[in-house]
Ligand binder design. Structure first.
Ligand code: SAM
Length: 244
């Protein structure tokens, strides 16, 4: 019975805090801290299962002329805890973008662990507005498990095109909406009513490929596949590249 009272008290405190502006700011800060902690853990187990796919995705970064001279610049949007650092060629300089500043300690830890990759800058911003990053300034842009959370995918894609050097590539690996008519697709439609509230705005119904095709890249190349995650809702995946 005591547990019930603790749960009731917890919700009363949350609702009371949400009634004031300061309370909402504190709740948001706690949410961001907890989310960063949980995500840094999930990223490790996701990487374990997805390493072969990520190695394939980032394979051609190694042969990029700038990587050969150790001067490759990668902009990673929604960098989180820096789960992709281990896949970048030695000497890569990373500009990390994320709206959640609470990832900083996990990011720095990962940057230290993969010392041959340099964390050049951590920009606290959303992918929709990366005004702090100059036009035509980066060799590659990376997003993994991010486009499901952004509010405006076309805007992020236009920002990616703006910051990429001519011929630069956008690399992505994202969970997406499944195939119409399947049980997974139906479950995604039902659960997407609450899913964004539990996962920082993430949708289960991202159809990123439609925006990629319309974004005006010179070449778009992707494959759809089921990721071996043992969680059917986020198994439908899209990975590929888009060239400026
Ligand atoms: C599921 S996590 C993925 C983190 C990391 N990319 C990975 O693969 O482990 C989603 C990330 O996207 C970030 N994010 C959410 N909305 C964003 C936006 N509008 N622009 C850029 N990043 C965003 C979150 O703060 C979080 O770091």
């Amino acid at each position: 019975m005591a547990v019930v009272w603790w749960i009731v008290a917890f919700f009363v405190i949350i609702v009371a805090a949400a009634l004031t502006q300061q309370g909402r700011a504190i709740l948001r800060l706690i949410y961001m801290k907890v989310y960063a902690y949980i995500l840094s853990r999930i990223a490790k187990s996701y990487n374990k299962k997805m390493t072969p796919f990520k190695e394939k995705l980032f394979e051609d970064l190694k042969t990029h002329p700038a990587a050969v001279t150790g001067s490759l610049t990668v902009l990673e949007i929604g960098v989180g805890a820096g789960a992709n650092f281990k896949f970048y060629p030695p000497g890569t300089s990373v500009i990390a973008v994320d709206p959640n500043p609470e990832f900083d300690k996990y990011l720095l830890k990962n940057a230290a662990e993969f010392g041959e990759v340099k964390l050049r800058e951590f920009v606290i911003a959303s992918g929709e507005n990366m005004a702090g990053v100059a036009d035509h300034s980066v060799d590659a842009v990376v997003c993994t498990l991010v486009m499901c959370s952004v509010a405006d995918q076309p805007k992020v894609l236009s920002e990616i095109k703006r910051v990429l050097k001519p011929g630069g590539k956008f690399y992505y690996m994202e969970h997406v909406h499944g195939t119409p008519g399947t049980w997974v697709y139906t479950k995604q439609n039902w659960l997407d009513i609450i899913w964004p509230y539990l996962s920082d705005g993430c949708t289960l119904r991202s159809e990123l490929w439609t925006h990629l095709d319309a974004a005006g890249f010179s070449e778009v190349d992707y494959q759809k596949f089921d990721a071996p995650l043992k969680m059917s809702l986020i198994e439908p995946h899209l990975m590929g590249t888009a060239t400026k």
